[in-house]
Every structure is written in structure tokens, then in C-alpha cells.
Write a protein that binds this ligand. Structure first.
Ligand code: ADP
Ligand code: ZN
Length: 746
């Protein structure tokens, strides 16, 4: 039976058409082809092949195969199909995010330079003659003979050499060719090579576990064997990166490739440096994928990876799609980071995709973190993942001493003003500055304060059904629960202490910066947040100045919480821990514990002892107390209890359904319609919340409404949700999106 191919046409319109495949073309899924589209030729990617139906004889033939190798390798195509069925995103959209536009389009291609290569040397007599009469020709021949490889014409004298080269070519001694050159984004960098460190016992045990998984993966005979992902729980500074480096070497020596995922490449310059320095011998084999690559650079890096020339790939979440050959090890550093979740469709989670890809390609998955996500940790309890641990700092430093300051007392002391810097923190910063040490001040401003908290007593108003803070909607003067939809009126007095001071409050980094400058007039203060880092290289430059000790106090958002290693920082202050703790999200406690632990990891990385000061109005909250005592196990035990009791992940999967429109009523009405349909169709195991305005009520002049679904099985949830979505028509000016395993709850 004749074959037909479904082809995703290049271009923004996402068209997919079927074409008959001519017998003489070896077309496979994932290949690029040329096809007729109306009256003009077009290009596209083959999504799948099928046997044509009888009426398929009317199909037009595709005309050409552009690339003998499939652009999307078979395992990546399988991964794409998995994403489609799990997240409900159309395959063509998934393929487009797997293969960058720079690769799919025809506008970018390999960069070439004209070069000369030696074909044959003349006999001694003619050579001697050349040396006398045509010195330039003689010199070119000598250079090419010594080089034993093509030399760009520019390096042989450029235009001045043209006549000589032409003469040599006519004599058949030299050939002029097009030489492919790599656009190397890091060509100007240099690295000082490093040698592997002698591992301590814990690190050695971890490496042994990883190595045995690597060799198991290498000689798997059966198709369906199960290789468990490995979770490396290592406290900050315990030497996880050293383990990654040596595990990478081990995978390479088995002839396999390695992908290293980091939450955000611009925040991981030190990780990239350490890989480049360690694999100095393989300098050309490291590809770093980041969003600042030019189209040409991206084209080259992608092809270097696919052709097996780059065997180590470092990148942010989309690097999980790197077309490496024979991946043996995929490392997901800081696996708990929400940055691994893609915000636009397909809304995949790169850590979860790593696990799926590891299964498809039989490779070892290593997830690392000082504060593993509850999802991954739970999987170790269930025996799905293996757990390995590093419990001590590798450089012999001790964990910083952590103090908690009760801001309720401070609010009473600094009556009438916003208490931003406590006396304890002020005295401590003064002392550090005097000693020439550096300070990091941290303020989580993500989403600013949306919950009501009473300053005198610290009380927070929560939903009685869901154990999360209610969100204050100022316009409607209402409190709303974004899990179940419960609504309440705003109290005039605090229900706990009857004080009228309960109100919408909070301050951002900008205000904090002003106050720091005022309180510490002789100190140099710098601020890092999304506003100050818009300029290209602003982040890098500020961090460089901080490292050079030109900045005394670095103030920042979660941007500065992770990964950075500054030996001279001895004090970290957290201005308002409650901001993240009382975000209207069931993960708020987990996020706060993670942030405090990561931030504390920035203090005392060098020889000097570190100190952390946490300011809060709820000093006894478990997340703060467990973080203070560096007690991950204690935190996890109590948090898992709460999650189980209220039916939150990791005990359920969750989907967020969002309707947005510039037309408020229509957005709300659409969501109500969907809610009704879902209520009719959903099996009983799925918990359906009520529609409510999103915590972010309006954004980009669109009104937002949302509802949450929870169920024990992700596929069942996704299946039913997508069926209802497909079957329910929505008004043109309302956009409905579904987010499975959502992290950002609006
Ligand atoms: P993590 O990635 O867990 O935060 P790092 O790998 O950055 O930890 O290690 C912290 C510090 O300890 C680094 O300065 C590193 O060079 C050092 N270190 C790591 N392993 C060893 C070791 N086996 N011996 C000596 N120093 C080590
Ligand atoms: Zn509720």
C-alpha cells in the first residue's frame, strides 16, 4: 500500500497536510521535506507516516527529502508524543518547541569560508623554480603542506593572494573549497583546567551508585527494564557539583553523552565555568544552550550536538530536547526549582521530561538538590527513585548560625512606621561592614503581598477548607480561596487580637533599597531584581562587582537565592519571610523552606563563619523553624502530612483551568459553562473547585478567572479535562488554557 505522510508546514500558521510519498524517497518520521502548497513550494517536517486510505490516491506527492537524517530523532519523537498525550498540547506545537526555529527554517544555514587545501606538491625542480620566480605561490604551498588541513584564504593573505591561488589551482596543486566554520559563542573565553578532587566517603558512595546505574544502563538487553532515577539530596556546599563532574566523566568514558539542566543559565555561570574548566581536554565537546544565542550560533550548536561532536550539553529547561546521541546521563541540578516548568504550551516540567526521556533512552537520571521537591522525595519513599545523600559541607565549613527575629515586637517598637530592618539585623550588618565583610539582603517580592496579615499579632486569614491563606481582592473588597472558590468578607478587626491594623501591607525591593542606603550611608548598596536586570549583562556585571568587593550590601529577590558562591559573604538577612510563606498557594511553606535554606547556603562559604537573620511575624511557623535548624527530614514529614490530609500533590495531580478575556463577564461565563460540563462528565475521584477570580485578577488588560481540579491519576485527569475542553465551544475573545501539574496558581 502506498505511504502517506502528515507534514507540519513551516511557518506560524501550524498547518498540517497529508502527502503521498514517492517510492524512491526514504522518508521517515521527523524528516524535513519539500511539498507543494497551493501554487507554491513549501517546506515542513514529517510528523508521522501511515498507509494511505484508498481515497489517499488523490493526495499530492511530496517532492523532495531535504535531510536524509530525521530532524527529530525517533526517541525525541516518542517524547513529543508523550507530551501530547500528557499535557494535551497538539503534536505540531510540541515539535515546534523541540526543534528550534533556527533549525526548521531555511533561513539559517551552516557558515562557510573560502579556504585552500593542498592537492599535491610539485616535483623538486618546479618547487625550486617557484621559490625563485613566484615567492608568494611557494609560501602558500609551504604553509598548506605544514598545516595538513584546509586554511581560510583570509589567513593566506586575503585578496592579495587571489592571483597566486588561482595560478596554483590551475596547475592542479591547490583546491579552493567552502570550509564550514563554527560560530562559537564562547570563543573569547579562557579556562584554567582543573583536576578531579579526591572525594570524601559520602561523595564516593554517591558516585559509586551513579556509576553502577550507568553501567547497568549500558548493558541493558531487555527493552523494558526499569532503571530508577537517582535523587541526590546534598546540603548546600556539600560537593554535589564535584559529583556531577566525575559522574559526567564516567558517562563519557562509556561512550555516552551527558545533558546538564540548570534552572536558569544566566544564574549558573559558576556551574558552566566548572564544567568547562574540568573538561578542558574536550573543550569543543561542550555545548551551552541559552536564550542569548544568535540564530546562527543556535544552528551550529544544535548540529554539533546532533552530529555527536558535542557530547556535553548544558542548558535551561529546553535543553532536555537536545538531540544528543546516546545520552547516558541526564543531570537535573536544583531539581526543585519551579523554573523547570514551562509557562507557555506545551507546559511541560523539564525534570519530569528528563525522567521520561531517561526511560525512553535507557539512561541514568540524576536529580540533585539541597531541598528536594516533595514530589521527588515522595518518589524515593515509594521506591520509584533511589535516594543518595551528602550530609556535610565538603570544604569543612559549618552551616551558618540562624537567628529568627520577631517582627511583631519590632512593629510595636517602631510604632507608626513600616518596620523593615530590625535592630538585630542593623547591628549585625554594621559589624560585618566594619570588618570588611559582605552582606546579602533578601526580599521575596514574587507576587507581592496578597494575603491579610495582622502586624501586631502575625495572624493570617486562611480558608477553613483548604489551609491556604485567602487572597485579598481589593476592588471587590473580598477574600477568595483559589483552591475551592470559597469567599468571605474582609474583617475590620483582626479575628485573633481585635486590632484594626490588619490590612493590605508590604513593601518591595525598591523601598528596601532606599532604607538600606539611609541606614548604612557609607556602604555601597546594589539591587538585583527583574527591574534592575533588564539591561543585557546587568546581572553579570553586578555579580562581578560584588565578587570584586566593590559592593558591600547586595539586595535582591529569589534571583540571588541560589547557586552563588561568594566566600566573603558572612551575613544573609531575610527581610520579610512571611511574604513567601503566606502566598495563596499550598506550596508556599515548601517554597519558603527552600528559599530560606538556599539563601542560608550563601553565608559562610569561605573560611569565615556565616550568620543568617530571618525577620518574620510568625516566628513559630514550621517552615521557618525547620529551615532554621537545617532539618529537611522534619520539614518533609510534617508537610507531607498536611498535603495528604488536604489532598494536595504529591498525593494528587492538579490541573489549573484559566479563562482570560478583555471582556470580564464573558471570561467568567465561559469558565462557569466549563465548570458545569466538567461537573457532569468527571468521574467521582476528581475534586472540582468552584470558578473564582485569579489571584492576579487582571493582567495585560485581560480579566482572569480560574478553577482547580485535583485527582489521583494525571492521565485520567488530563484525558477528561481535554475531552470537555474540545467539546465545549468558547467565545472568540476568551482564551482558555489548561495547565497540568501547575506550579503557578495564578
Ligand atoms: P554544592 O554543589 O553541593 O553546593 P560544591 O560542589 O560547590 O557544592 O562544593 C562546595 C565547595 O567544596 C567547593 O568550593 C568545592 O570545590 C569544594 N569541594 C567539593 N568536593 C570537595 C572535596 N572532595 N574535597 C575538597 N573540596 C571539595
Ligand atoms: Zn478553600
Amino acid at each position: 500500500m502506498p505511504l502517506s505522510a502528515s507534514v507540519l508546514i513551516d511557518g506560524p500558521s501550524e498547518l498540517v497536510f497529508d502527502y503521498a510519498v514517492p517510492d524512491h524517497l526514504q522518508v521517515r518520521a521527523g524528516c524535513r521535506v519539500r511539498v507543494p502548497l497551493r501554487n507554491r513550494p513549501a517546506t515542513g517536517t514529517v510528523l508521522r507516516l501511515q498507509n494511505s486510505q484508498p481515497e489517499g490516491f488523490n493526495l499530492r506527492f511530496l517532492t523532495d527529502l531535504l535531510d536524509p537524517e530525521p530532524l527529530v530523532t525517533p526517541p525525541l519523537l516518542k517524547l513529543a508524543e508523550w507530551i501530547t498525550s500528557y499535557y494535551g498540547t497538539p503534536l505540531e506545537q510540541v515539535i515546534r518547541s523541540i526543534v528550534p526555529a533556527a533549525i526548521r527554517g531555511e533561513n539559517t544555514s551552516a557558515k562557510t569560508r573560502r579556504a585552500a587545501v593542498l592537492k599535491q606538491l610539485p616535483d623538486d625542480e618546479s618547487l625550486a623554480a617557484l621559490a625563485k620566480r613566484a615567492k608568494r605561490q611557494h609560501r602558500i604551498l609551504t604553509v598548506l603542506q605544514v598545516a595538513q588541513k584546509p586554511i581560510p584564504i583570509a589567513e593566506l593573505g586575503g585578496p592579495a593572494a587571489t592571483a597566486s591561488l588561482k595560478a596554483l589551482a590551475e596547475k592542479g596543486l591547490v583546491e579552493i573549497i567552502d570550509l564550514e566554520v563554527r560560530r562559537d559563542p564562547d570563543a573569547s573565553e579562557t579556562f584554567i583546567p582543573t583536576q578531579p578532587l579526591t572525594l570524601n566517603d559520602e561523595q564516593q558512595a554517591c558516585l559509586d551508585t551513579i556509576k553502577s546505574s550507568l553501567s547497568q544502563a549500558s548493558d541493558l538487553k531487555s527493552e523494558n527494564s526499569n532503571l530508577s532515577p537517582i535523587l541526590l539530596h546534598g546540603i548546600t556546599g556539600s560537593g554535589k557539583t564535584e559529583v556531577y563532574l566525575q559522574a559526567t566523566r564516567a558517562a563519557l568514558s562509556l561512550g555516552r553523552s551527558v545533558i546538564v539542566l540548570v534552572p536558569e543559565i544566566s544564574l549558573a555561570p559558576q556551574t558552566v565555568q566548572r564544567f568547562k574548566a574540568r573538561f578542558h581536554d574536550l573543550a569543543g565537546e561542550i555545548a551551552v544552550l541559552h536564550s542569548n544565542l544568535s540564530q546562527g550560533e543556535r544552528f551550529d550548536e544544535w548540529h554539533r550536538i546532533r552530529d555527536g561532536k558535542a557530547r556535553i550539553v548544558i542548558g535551561a529547561r529546553s535543553a532536555i530536547f537536545a538531540p544528543v546521541r546516546k545520552p547516558g546521563l541526564i543531570i537535573v541540578d536544583e531539581e526543585h526549582e519551579p523554573a523547570y516548568k514551562q509557562e507557555n504550551p506545551p507546559k511541560y516540567h523539564a525534570r519530569d521530561l528528563a525522567v521520561v526521556r531517561g526511560h525512553l533512552e535507557k539512561c541514568t537520571i540524576l536529580l540533585g538538590s539541597a531541598t528536594p521537591s516533595l514530589e521527588s522525595y515522595r518518589n524515593t519513599q515509594l521506591g520509584k527513585y533511589a535516594l543518595i545523600k551528602l550530609t556535610e559541607r565538603a570544604d569543612g565549613a559549618s552551616l551558618p548560625l540562624t537567628r529568627v527575629v520577631d517582627m511583631r515586637i519590632e512593629a510595636r517598637k517602631q510604632k507608626g512606621r513600616d518596620a523593615i530592618i530590625s535592630d538585630v539585623l542593623r547591628t549585625s550588618i554594621d559589624k560585618r561592614l566594619e570588618d570588611g565583610e559582605q552582606v546579602i539582603v533578601f526580599l521575596n517580592r514574587r507576587g507581592f503581598a496578597r494575603s491579610l496579615q495582622c502586624p501586631p499579632c502575625g495572624h493570617v486569614i486562611e480558608c477553613k477548607h483548604c489551609a491556604i491563606p485567602l487572597t485579598y481582592h481589593r476592588a471587590e473588597e473580598r477574600l477568595v480561596c483559589h483552591i475551592c472558590g470559597y469567599q468571605a468578607i474582609v474583617p475590620r478587626l483582626c479575628p485573633n487580637c481585635n486590632d484594626p491594623a490588619i490590612r493590605f501591607q508590604g513593601y518591595g525591593t525598591e523601598k528596601a533599597e532606599g532604607i538600606l542606603r539611609k541606614v548604612f550611608p557609607s556602604a555601597k548598596v546594589a539591587r538585583l531584581d527583574t527591574d534592575t536586570t533588564r539591561r543585557k549583562n546587568a546581572l553579570r556585571d553586578t555579580l562581578r562587582e560584588f565578587r570584586a568587593k566593590k559592593i558591600n550590601i547586595l539586595l535582591g529577590t529569589q534571583m540571588i537565592a541560589k547557586g552563588l558562591d561568594f566566600p566573603n559573604v558572612t551575613l544573609v538577612g531575610v527581610l520579610n519571610a512571611d511574604l513567601s510563606l503566606y502566598a495563596p498557594d499550598f506550596r508556599a511553606g515548601e517554597r519558603t523552606f527552600q528559599l530560606l535554606t538556599q539563601v542560608a547556603g550563601r553565608a559562610g562559604r569561605g573560611q569565615m563563619a556565616g550568620e543568617v537573620i530571618i525577620q518574620t511575624s510568625t516566628p513559630h511557623s514550621p517552615s521557618i523553624q525547620f529551615a532554621r535548624h537545617h532539618d529537611f527530614d522534619g520539614f518533609v514529614a510534617q508537610e507531607l502530612d498536611v498535603r495528604e490530609q488536604f489532598g494536595y500533590p504529591p498525593f494528587t495531580h492538579l490541573a489549573l483551568l484559566l479563562a482570560r478575556s478583555s471582556h470580564e463577564r464573558r471570561a467568567e461565563f465561559t469558565l462557569q459553562t466549563l465548570h458545569r460540563r466538567l461537573a457532569e462528565k468527571l468521574p467521582g475521584e476528581i475534586i472540582l473547585g468552584d470558578p473564582s477570580p485569579s489571584p492576579l485578577t487582571k493582567s495585560h488588560s485581560q480579566f482572569r478567572f480560574q478553577l482547580l481540579l485535583r485527582g489521583p491519576n494525571a492521565r485520567v485527569l488530563s484525558h477528561h479535562l481535554n475531552r470537555v475542553l474540545k467539546a465545549t465551544p468558547t467565545p472568540e475573545d476568551v482564551i482558555v488554557t489548561a495547565d497540568l501539574d501547575a506550579y503557578d496558581l495564578g
